[in-house]
Design a protein around this ligand. Structure first.
Ligand code: GLN
Ligand code: ZN
Length: 764
């Protein structure tokens, strides 16, 4: 029989219970016990409902209060020294690593976060050194397995694999030069042995061991490590299902097929083309193949016929008993359930599947492949056919004007009129900023009042006029605040935006929105990605009103603020029926019109945020060039329609640019700001190494934590930045995301930042 499986489930709870409980705990409003109870309720509900949908392999152990990689580090005692000996409970140490802590005489910054492969989920980067003292502080896999069992659900526990754990980590500051975390593998394996042996003793038949790095090119050189690790673990562990996701195994399948594993999971949503090669490679083994047919990354209803056709390739070669139908990855990247969507039309609702609906999909597909005669299965199959036919009919509609405009894009539309050196002179006269200009990345605190006003507008308790009056007052107070503390290049603060992507989606044609489709970004931060359903166009100006109002309030220059095409695409659920390139270009044209309108309205600097450009990079190098071509072209298309006077800015979050630097240069933004406060000076050295010649604003302090950086700390940062970068190119700004902060720490931090810039002007 073909069995079904889900690789992981969203943690937030159908009604955001976990997010609320975690934040209440941070605010001191509930106890650690209350938090544990709230989490237990959500876990129980998830396990039971996945089971109720008929799924055979139900995940446990992947739940997290903050981040599953951080859970794993905490369990394995991979706790950086700076968090030890502070007199905190283990739970508070855990949160301190994730988000920093500044209270009761304790002052530690958060650890570095990185994006989880090509998703918008962030994990806390483990830090290793020769001194890392692995021990099993607690066995989360066993605890949750038992917890689920007590709730009447037998699960397949999930554990992050040893090779990925080490490779995803970094060398701690005090590690010897050249230290490689992977060198710790022999020391780490005994701890995995204990963990897995305990799991077996607790009664787990299978364990899902995630080794997502197997889809990266770099894994090709780790055959020896994988072989050593799995040979050792297989002898004591429950049956191991080795899981890979987000891309293809490629040649790595040749050594993976030889590992002593009981099962292998591959992603057929992202990489359907790998199926035959994988089947051939494992045919003569006993390995069970788990087919990731139901997307863990997008929300479109699975086309059952297409999935079944693909799965049959495996069933015919391996037999029913060696095939599992699964979600392509954890469902962490999808919202909990469609049942909570009350505003989508019936037609729209019929297009989508969220996590719970996907659980049902894997169960139905597996049943069909097992030749089930159940009438309910036949009905589900038939209903799916009807839905998919209707969706295909909708998808066949296109906006000819937009399609023609995309087809007619010419190379000169991508280039500014003059090279940067010329523009810099023109802009210097036109905008007149001092040396080391201070600015922020766009948003200011989204206070409770703002959220309440927006909610009231949504419930028609405020008229549009009343709401806009309110937003105007917010803009004014943000402008006055910036003038008061002495910032140079101002922003309007983005109070009108619920979210940097959703807001634009709401003002463009081609999107639909959900009420509850929350997806975790990091910690307790969740986003609600809009869904692109048809061709995109701009019915009219979006931000011009706010930016020009803000500019009218002040003599200082105002920076317009837009989200870039690649980021809107990446942080939305994209269409699956046309290419990402087409969607990106349509977005770029809409933004190009907005940029031109902003300049016409008298705005002299415009920032187009593209934090997702790096994140959207395909995981396999062979696919990079094609992506970078259209992604960079999209940004240029959006920003190049203006005169030399206009200073274009772009912003990237903590992106690793080492390997794609020429593409960053090709963007040709006048100023780029990057989140740099946590990533050491490595990033800046990359800019230096490539001789980057446009202006750059590396974040001087971290915004993801409420901690206030001291004045000296900021000066020290600037000093080390100026050791690397030419002083004529440096902008002084914080990292991004002030909207997540309160006013108190924002004010204190920015005053120190302005002081830092003054100090730099006197000393450089
Ligand atoms: N302009 C946005 C802000 O400041 C940028 C956010 C981001 O890069 N993630 O909030
Ligand atoms: Zn950012």
């Amino acid at each position: 029989m073909v069995l079904s499986s889900v690789l992981g489930f969203p943690r937030i709870g159908a009604n955001r219970e976990v997010k609320k409980a975690v934040e209440a705990y941070w605010a001191g409003k509930i106890s650690a016990d209350d938090l544990t109870k709230a989490a237990a309720e959500v876990k129980k509900a998830s396990w039971s409902s996945v089971k109720a949908h008929g799924v055979d392999f139900i995940p446990s152990g992947e739940f997290s209060l903050y981040d599953h990689v951080l859970d794993h580090s905490a369990a394995f005692n991979v706790i950086p020294k700076r968090y030890v000996g502070l007199g905190l409970s283990p739970l508070d140490v855990y949160f301190a690593i994730g988000r920093g802590r500044q209270a009761d005489g304790v002052d530690v910054p958060a650890s570095e976060m990185k994006k989880w492969f090509d998703s918008n989920y962030h994990f806390v980067v483990p830090e290793f050194s020769e001194e890392t003292d692995f021990k099993l502080n607690f066995n989360k896999a066993v605890e949750e397995f038992k917890e689920a069992k007590a709730a009447g659900v037998t699960t397949r526990p999930v554990v992050l694999g040893p090779v990925s754990f080490l490779v995803l980590g970094k060398a701690a500051k005090d590690a010897a030069p050249g230290f490689q975390p992977i060198s710790l593998l022999p020391k780490l394996l005994p701890i995995y042995n204990t963990l897995l042996a305990d799991l077996k003793a607790a009664g787990a038949e299978w364990v899902q061991v995630d080794e997502p790095i197997l889809v990266l090119d770099s894994a090709a050189s780790l055959e020896k490590e994988f072989t050593a690790a799995y040979t050792e673990l297989a002898s004591i562990a429950p049956k191991i299902l080795l899981t890979t996701y987000f891309a293809r195994l490629d040649s790595n399948i040749h050594f993976v097929a030889k590992l002593p594993i009981a099962g292998l999971h591959i992603d057929l949503d992202r990489a359907p083309g790998q199926l035959q090669e994988v089947v051939d490679a494992i045919k003569n083994t006993d390995i069970v193949l788990s087919l990731g047919l139901v997307s863990g990354r997008n929300i479109w209803k699975t086309d059952f016929d297409a999935a079944i056709k693909l799965a049959k390739v495996a069933v015919e070669a391996l037999g029913q008993d060696r095939v599992i139908v699964a979600t392509s990855s954890s469902l962490l990247h999808t919202p909990v359930t469609l049942a909570n969507e009350k505003k989508l039309t019936e037609e729209q609702k019929d297009w989508f599947s969220f996590a719970l609906e996907k659980a049902e999909e894997v169960a139905v597909i597996a049943a069909v492949l097992s030749d089930s005669q159940d009438a309910k299965v036949a009905a589900a199959l038939e209903a799916n056919k009807v839905s998919i036919t209707k969706r295909r009919a909708f998808e066949s509609n296109s906006d000819d004007t937009v399609r023609k405009r995309v087809a007619a894009i010419t190379p000169d539309q991508l280039e500014r009129r003059s090279p940067f050196a010329v523009r810099k002179e023109v802009q210097a006269k036109h905008i007149n900023l001092p040396k080391f200009p201070t600015t922020t990345i766009g948003s200011f605190p989204q206070t409770k009042e703002i959220r309440v006003a927006r909610a009231k507008l949504g419930k028609n308790e405020l008229t549009t006029e009343e709401y806009e009056e309110f937003i105007k007052k917010e803009v004014e107070s943000v402008v006055r605040f910036q003038e008061r503390i002495g910032l140079d290049l101002l922003v309007h603060g983005e109070p009108e935006r619920n979210d940097m992507v959703q807001y634009f989606g709401e003002h463009l044609h081609g999107f639909v929105f959900t009420q509850n489709a929350w997806v975790q970004s990091y910690g307790s931060r969740y986003v609600r990605p809009p869904i692109i359903v048809s061709d995109v166009s701009r019915p009219g100006p979006i931000t011009v009103k706010w930016s020009s109002y803000a500019q009218s309030l002040t003599q200082k220059p105002m920076k317009g603020m837009l989200t870039g095409p690649v980021t809107i695409l990446n942080w939305s659920f994209p269409r699956a029926d046309v290419s990402r390139e087409l969607q990106s270009k349509q977005l770029a044209l809409a933004l190009r019109d907005e940029v031109i309108d902003l300049e016409k309205a008298g705005i002299n600097a415009i920032q187009v945020d593209e934090p997702a450009i790096r994140e959207g990079l395909p995981l396999r190098r062979a696919d990079w060039d094609a992506y970078l071509k259209w992604a960079v072209d999209s940004f240029k298309l959006a920003t190049a329609g203006v005169t030399d006077q206009l200073q274009t800015h772009s912003h990237f979050c903590y992106s690793d640019f080492d390997d794609i630097f020429p593409s960053i240069q090709r963007l040709d933004a006048d100023v780029i700001s990057i989140e740099a406060s946590k990533a050491d000076m490595k990033l800046l050295n990359t800019f230096k190494h490539y001789g980057y010649s446009n202006q750059i604003g590396p974040g001087v302090y971290d915004i993801h934590s409420p901690r206030v950086p001291g004045a000296q700390e900021i000066k020290d940062r600037l000093k080390s930045m100026l050791d690397i970068l030419p002083d004529s190119l440096l902008f002084v700004n914080p990292d991004c995301g002030l909207k997540t902060r309160g006013w108190k720490e924002t004010e204190a931090s920015l005053i120190n930042l302005v002081d830092g810039a003054k100090w730099a002007r006197e000393n450089y």
